[in-house]
Design a protein around this ligand. Sequence first.
Ligand SMILES: [Zn+2]
Length: 300
Amino acid sequence: MIRIGIDLGGTKIELVALAPDGQERWRRREPTPQGDYAAIVERIRAMVDEAERALGERAQVGIGIPGSVSPSTGRIRNANSNCLNDRPLRQDLEACLDRPIRLANDANCLAVSEAADGAGAGAATLFAVILGTGVGGGLVVKGELLIGANAIAGEWGHSPLPLPDADDQPLPTCYCGRSGCIETYLSGPGLALDHSRRHRTSLDAATIAHQAAAGDPDCEASLRRYERRLARALAVVINLIDPEVIVLGGGLSKLQRLYTSVPEHWGEHIFSDQRVTRLLPARHGDASGVRGAAWLWPSD
Ligand SMILES: [Zn+2]
C-alpha cells in the first residue's frame, strides 16, 4: 500500500507518497495557512486528495508536527505553531480523511526515517536531533520509536543547557516559560541571539556560518561557542542512553564542521574510556521528516 507522509511546519506543509520499497511517487509543498487551524486542516485534506487522485489509490497517512499529542487530552501541546495547541488535530484529520491516521512529533519522524533507511539504518539505538527554528529530539531503539510514559521521550530541547559558563549568561528565556533551554542556544534563532549578545551585530544563523567560513573572527567565535554547547548537550544524551548513532537534521545540520568539531569536544563530558558514538548528517536531508511521517505506518 502507498504511504503518505506529511510534514506540517510553521511555514510549509510538505507531502510525500512512498511506494512500499521507499521510492518516492509524489511530492507537493504548500505554504502553511498562518494562524488559522481550520484552514490548515482543509489544506492537508486537499493535498491528500490531490495525491490520491494522481496516484489512483488510497493511502495510509502519517503526519509529523512541531509538537506532540497529550496522552491525557488527545489534543496537541508544545507546538511552536500556536494555533495547533489544544486542538484535536488527529481526530479532525481522521474525520475529514475518513481513515485512521498516525501523528508524531517532527523530531520523532526524523528518527524513524533515519533508522528505517537513512544514516542510522541497522543501528540498535539512534538519537535524532533537529537543529532548526526549534530544537527537538527523537529516539529509536531496536527499530521502535520510544514514546515514553508522558509521550515526551527525546524532548531534549527544553532541558537546561548543561554546565553553563560565563559565556552562557544570562540564561535566555524560552517560549516554553523556562530559561536556559538547550533550544535557546542551539536553534538557528538561538545562534543569532548569542552572536548579537556577544558581538553587537544582528546576523541570522546562515550568515554567521557563511561569514565564519570566509574568515570573520566574531562569527568564528560564535560557531565555536555553538559547537561546545552542542557537545555538552549531546554528552548528556550519550551518558544516559549511549546511542550508536546520533543524526542531525534541520538547517544547522548542514554545517559540515559539526561532524568533526563536536565529537572532539564531547569526550571530556562522556563517562567512558572509548567514544565510538557516530555523529552523522541526516541521509535524507530536508526530506527526512516527511519520509519518517510516512514510515509511521509499519511495513506491509
Ligand atoms: Zn524551553
